[in-house]
Design a protein around this ligand. Structure first.
Ligand SMILES: [Zn+2]
Length: 325
């Protein structure tokens, strides 16, 4: 057992993690999930296992622990928290959020925030990073000739997929589409049914049960790489789309990609002007309550290889256990 895991088990089993969380009256931890995995799915069958945050049975254990020590609320119901508030968020809008995550939240009597990419919900076309993962798998994990990330990306990151994703996150959307088209050239058509979005019917059902539906932009473009007018359209149109479909106000946002390079002062300014009241990055950390800047909220990442002990220790000691963005 690694030192990290040993320390986490000590913190969890001694009750320290729960004790620390219960004392967080002036803190606002926000958890960031993406996809949820069935218990019986083989990881080797997935093009990009890195997009899965947890298996459903582990998610149930995490929620069970959270509800014993904190009030799981949404941005809309934050003011109702009596104990430490924790906000559970999901990015992107995959159908496993409806099929696997929502029933767990509903059974526990709590709500979460689902940030959806509205073009993905509208058209079902897999998100660009899913298409990259599927294409690379068909290329046996190697980039085809003629597609070369800059050498610094190659040295800094491990797998070809990680190199390629990091590189493509630095592009604007039109350049990214060019590279993606080149990557997918000459590939046979693959089954992308594993990458389905939720439907608007499903989202309406979730919203009616108290889940908060927030925006993750229209196209999942990296907003900091786009023009001001494109940023404005992505933020305004996605919010409008969600409100039209769910009939509920959409006031929360998760910046696509969400790391240090995903936003800049223009993006944050446009998000505020578009009417959002809370916006999450993917930068690891815990927020003060009230937050210093509600348009730059940090989140704690939940990762597939995290044990329950690491999950609870990350909440209790984020600077020690929190994953870096
Ligand atoms: Zn995303």
């Amino acid at each position: 057992m690694s030192l990290r895991r040993w320390l986490a088990s000590l913190i969890h089993q001694s009750g320290t993690a729960g004790w620390r969380l219960r004392r967080y009256r002036q803190r606002l931890p926000i958890l960031a999930y993406h996809r949820i995995l069935d218990d019986d799915t083989d990881l080797a069958s997935l093009a990009d296992p890195g997009l899965f945050s947890t298996r459903v049975s582990d998610f149930r254990r995490q929620v069970d622990w959270l509800t014993r020590h904190a009030d799981c609320v949404t941005f809309n119901t934050l003011g109702q928290a009596r104990r430490c508030p924790v906000i559970i968020t999901f990015d992107d809008g995959y159908e496993d959020n409806y099929r696997l995550a929502w029933p767990v939240l509903r059974d526990a009597g709590i709500a979460g925030v689902f940030f959806v990419t509205t073009d993905f919900i509208d058209h079902g076309q897999p998100l660009w990073f899913d298409r990259v993962a599927v294409a690379l798998r068909q290329h046996d994990g190697k980039l085809p000739g003629g597609i070369m990330p800059p050498p610094e990306a190659e040295h800094r990151y491990g797998s070809a997929l990680e190199q390629c994703l990091r590189w493509m996150k630095s592009m604007d959307d039109s350049r990214r589409i060019e590279v993606l088209t080149a990557l997918e050239q000459n590939l046979s058509k693959t089954n992308l049914s594993h990458h389905r979005p939720m439907s608007w019917d499903q989202l309406r059902e979730m919203a009616a049960s108290g889940m908060e539906i927030g925006s993750h932009s229209c196209s999942h473009a990296v907003l900091a790489n786009e023009t001001r007018s494109r940023i404005r359209n992505e933020l305004l149109q996605s919010r409008q789309r969600i409100e039209d479909e769910t009939g509920k106000p959409c006031r929360s946002l998760a910046y696509p990609v969400g790391g240090e390079a995903a936003t800049n002062p223009i993006v944050i300014d446009e998000a505020r002007k578009a009417g959002y009241q809370h916006a999450c990055s993917y930068i690891s950390g815990i927020n003060h309550r009230p937050p210093a800047d509600p348009m730059q909220l940090h989140r704690l990442h939940v990762e597939l290889d995290q044990s329950l002990y690491e999950f609870t220790s990350t909440l209790a000691f984020p600077s020690v256990f929190g994953y870096r963005s």
